[in-house]
Design a protein around this ligand. Structure first.
Ligand SMILES: [Zn+2]
Length: 294
């Protein structure tokens, strides 16, 4: 049970390192944006949530609402898997239908350079987080993990600002927070990853668990160890600080313009479990069956 009523929102935004150095969305100073509340925290069955900003965007489809969290909801002292569960529990209660994320990533594919943009369409999850679900009552099919409609919207927005924007690629997810060794990167390249980072999962499958579409835009901030050449800390810093506003703008544009009723097929990739298991969570800790829509 939340202490505060979770406001309704069509969009949930997992801000990441791509936009962390920027005050999203207030810093955009966009006249279409209205900040409705900041510092919103909710009690969830997984612990106290991270802090959310609730805002609206007045766009071509009318007024839309979003709940945004910074840096995937990660905080020191909270396991990252728990932070993701708290975040997506709130998104579910808010009735979120589209989840957008951003982040900085390392390269595994030697064709990539810093400041290239990747909109991954697939992923490999090497994290060891366990029992990651908010609802847990559906079979989550990962044939098309990323929403093609959200990806197209992010691609179109990013292409206005960046020279090289890739619409296909595999995001390899590690636990972090450390970077990888040369041998690990070599192994991960051979697994088929194009970029490497520490978010994307569980976000991508928690979005499906709550019945929402997922799309993310990621900026390459460094070469993976042993790929192309040694990466430079100063360059990483300049990507984080120079490009955060642009990444934030691309995300906001997708909130404003994405088709909420797109025939994207994501909903068909979540089927009621054929073999349901007992739910021993107390009633008050179970999510509202249809999120905030009930
Ligand atoms: Zn979709």
């Amino acid at each position: 049970m939340s202490e505060q009523h979770v406001p309704q929102a069509e969009f949930g935004i997992c801000g990441g390192s791509g936009s962390l150095s920027f005050d999203f969305p207030a810093g955009l100073d966009d006249p279409r944006v209205t900040i409705l509340a900041t510092g919103l925290k909710f009690d969830t069955p997984f612990g106290s949530s991270p802090s959310f900003t609730h805002f609206s965007v007045d766009g071509p489809h009318g007024v839309r609402h979003a709940l945004a969290v910074r840096m995937h909801g990660w905080r020191r002292g909270v396991k990252r898997g728990d932070a993701s569960l708290q975040t997506f529990w709130v998104f579910h209660e808010a009735g979120v239908r589209k989840v957008l994320a951003d982040g900085g990533v390392g390269s595994l594919n030697h064709l990539l350079d810093p400041r290239d943009i990747m909109i991954p369409n697939d992923f490999i999850d090497l994290t060891v987080k366990q029992d990651i679900y908010v609802r847990g009552d559906h079979l989550l099919i990962m044939r098309q993990p990323v929403c093609p409609d959200l990806a197209a919207s992010l691609h179109s927005g990013a292409s206005e600002h960046f020279d090289r924007v890739y619409r296909r690629g595999t995001y390899l997810v590690t636990d972090g927070p450390r970077f990888e060794s040369i041998a690990e990167v070599d192994y991960m390249r051979r697994l088929g990853g194009d970029v490497i980072g520490q978010s994307f999962a569980p976000e991508v499958f928690l979005a499906r668990d709550i019945g929402a579409c997922y799309g993310g835009v990621y900026i390459v901030v460094n070469y993976g160890e042993g790929v192309v050449k040694e990466w430079e800390h100063d360059e990483m810093k300049s990507v984080f600080f120079d490009e955060a506003e642009t990444i934030a703008r691309v995300v906001l544009e997708t909130v404003s313009t994405a088709d909420l009723g797109a025939d994207c097929g994501c909903a068909e990739l979540r089927k009621p479990s054929l073999l349901p298991i007992d739910d021993e969570r107390p009633a008050q800790e179970r999510p509202t069956p249809a999120g905030g829509k009930e």
